[in-house]
Write a protein that binds this ligand. Structure first.
Ligand code: TXE
Length: 488
């Protein structure tokens, strides 16, 4: 079955094929078609025509919502198969992949419900004969570029609101993990998306992503991925003044005060950073812990990190899978090496696992680095792997200063039993999401996105729909008359 979908038909690509690897054993899962420049042009042309002349933009919003609701049903129908594909492709545990499919279903339902709720607003003009309306309209052709860590989930955050709003789109998933994006497009086809409304082209960043972001017939690019790529996309979009929304990861502080219940703190510190091997944009990679608690907490976190069970995401009892690729593991190893050179002490991990059955895959042990400070590369840059850095603080003001001492601003957490302090710290953190006494939960109804270099724009929530809408002002003078601005 060909893997590109352009103008309502599955096709092969003019750039040959590429192997998709299983990160557990480096074996080939599937060979997928690769788009060439002509395929990129055909996909954009199909989306352009479907937007300009097709029925989608003018289809009643409730019908667009109904299509999304059908996709949600199909996701639940095919949950097991899609979850298994996600685990094969990303290495994450099957339990996590099942949760991802449920979360994606919830995102489709949320935007299905929202599709027809906002018909705009009437604006007071002060003139009885004038009706002034501001109405939402779709932006146009949207390019949706997604990363490899949550392939299906990240795509749903983009494609569901884009379609609810009446846009057409060209999807470009990560070349590392394209499989469930193709599955989702099949479900959109089955649900009745008209030809050209949804297209998918596979390939790498330079070959497929870049030409899409430069394309003159594209109106908007929504991107989730790395900082350097995001900067390149913003630059590439400038020439044609596209709308750009980017989510570029984080270096998220997890602030733990000494009054926190010990077991709650240990457990949440581990979940914050080691879930999905730290390949999470909101990973709590920087533990910022109060002096009185620090030694005891860090020792226990390290002890428990050493006991985390790595393995095949399909196996019962496995808690964490491999990293996504050999290249990504090499990057993680270089961060740990540089941290040690800069004086960090390895309390847990800092190496590949010893088990013979894990040697073919891209595994790396959960790693705890003590004695870290903001000058270190491992503290400043997003490692996107299973590395926890530890910094200590005395006062609340020091905690806030440390937490905000980063170029990023995606998410952060504060653990304390002092409610007033929790709210003071939450207000002071410069990031898009703050969890108080919790880590990682997100819900479709609440906005997600970053401050500072974590990006611009928001996904999810009401704003997540507005990202894909233009606000058009329509002024209607119901009693037309000469304006007499000019004398003759
Ligand atoms: O991501 P890239 P990479 C961070 C994380 C990771 C680093 C690099 O720190 O270690 O980024 O990961 C497409 N024009 N995040 O290199 O390159 C690419 O094909 C258009 C954080 O894998 O940003 C893929 O589809 N598109 C993050 C997507 O961009 C281009 C999640 C992301 O790939 C392109 C992933 C170009 N010039 C990594 N170059 C998060 N925010 O959650 C590449 N792409």
């Amino acid at each position: 079955m060909p893997s590109l979908f352009v103008n309502g038909a599955w096709t092969t690509g003019s750039a040959g094929t590429a192997d998709v690897l299983n990160p557990f054993d480096a074996g080939v899962i599937e060979r997928v078609d690769q788009a060439g420049p002509d395929d990129v042009d055909r996909a954009v042309a199909a989306a352009r025509t479907a937007f300009d002349s097709g029925p989608w933009r003018t289809t009643p919003a409730a019908e667009r919502g109904a299509l999304l609701r059908r996709v949600a049903e199909f996701l639940q129908r095919d949950k097991e198969e899609i979850a298994r594909t996600e685990t094969l492709d990303t290495g994450k545990t099957l339990a996590e992949s099942r949760i991802d499919v449920d979360d994606v279903t919830a995102v489709f339902r949320f935007y299905a419900d929202l599709a027809d709720k906002d018909a705009g607003r009437i604006v007071q003009t002060g003139r009885a004969e004038v009706v002034s309306r501001v109405v939402p309209e779709p932006v146009g052709v949207c390019v949706l570029i997604t990363p490899w860590n949550y392939p299906l989930l990240q795509l749903s955050w983009k494609v569901a609101p884009a379609l609810a709003a009446g846009n057409t789109c060209v999807i470009k998933p990560s070349e590392v993990t394209p499989l469930t994006s193709v599955s989702l497009v099949r479900l959109l086809e089955e649900a009745g998306a008209p030809p050209g409304v949804v297209n998918i082209v596979l390939g790498d960043g330079p070959g497929v992503g870049a030409p899409l972001t430069e394309h003159p017939d594209v109106d908007m690019v929504s991107f989730t991925g790395g900082l350097a790529t995001g900067q390149a996309i913003i630059r590439a979009s400038a020439a044609t003044v596209k709308r750009v929304a980017v989510e570029l990861g984080g270096k998220n502080p997890n602030v733990v005060f000494a009054d926190t219940d010990f077991e709650t703190a240990v457990d949440n510190v581990l979940t914050a950073v080691f879930l999905h091997s730290g390949q999470v944009c909101s990973a709590g990679a920087r533990l910022i812990v109060q002096d009185e608690l620090a030694d005891e907490l860090v020792a226990e976190v390290a002890r428990r990190a050493d006991r985390i069970r790595l393995g095949n995401g399909f196996d019962e009892g496995v808690e964490v899978g491999p990293l996504v690729s050999a290249q990504h593991r090499a990057k993680i190893e270089s961060y740990v090496a540089s941290a040690q050179e800069e004086g960090a002490r390895v309390l847990a991990g800092g190496r590949r696992p010893d088990e013979p059955e894990l040697q073919k895959g891209f595994f790396y042990r959960p790693t705890v680095l003590d004695g870290c400070h903001a000058g270190m590369r491992v503290v400043r840059e997003e490692t996107f792997g299973p590395i926890l850095t530890v910094e200590r603080f005395g006062t609340e003001a020091e905690a806030i200063a440390l937490a905000n001492d980063t170029e990023y601003g995606l998410a952060g957490a504060v653990f304390t039993t002092d409610g007033a302090r929790a709210h003071r710290v939450a207000a002071a953190l410069r990031c898009g999401t703050v969890w108080i006494n919790d880590y990682h939960p997100y819900i479709p109804g609440a906005e997600w996105g970053g401050m500072k270099r974590s990006g611009n724009g928001r996904e999810l929530g009401l704003t997540g729909l507005a990202e894909y809408q233009e606000a058009k002002h329509i002024w209607h003078n119901t009693a037309p008359a000469p304006q007499r601005w000019f004398a003759s």
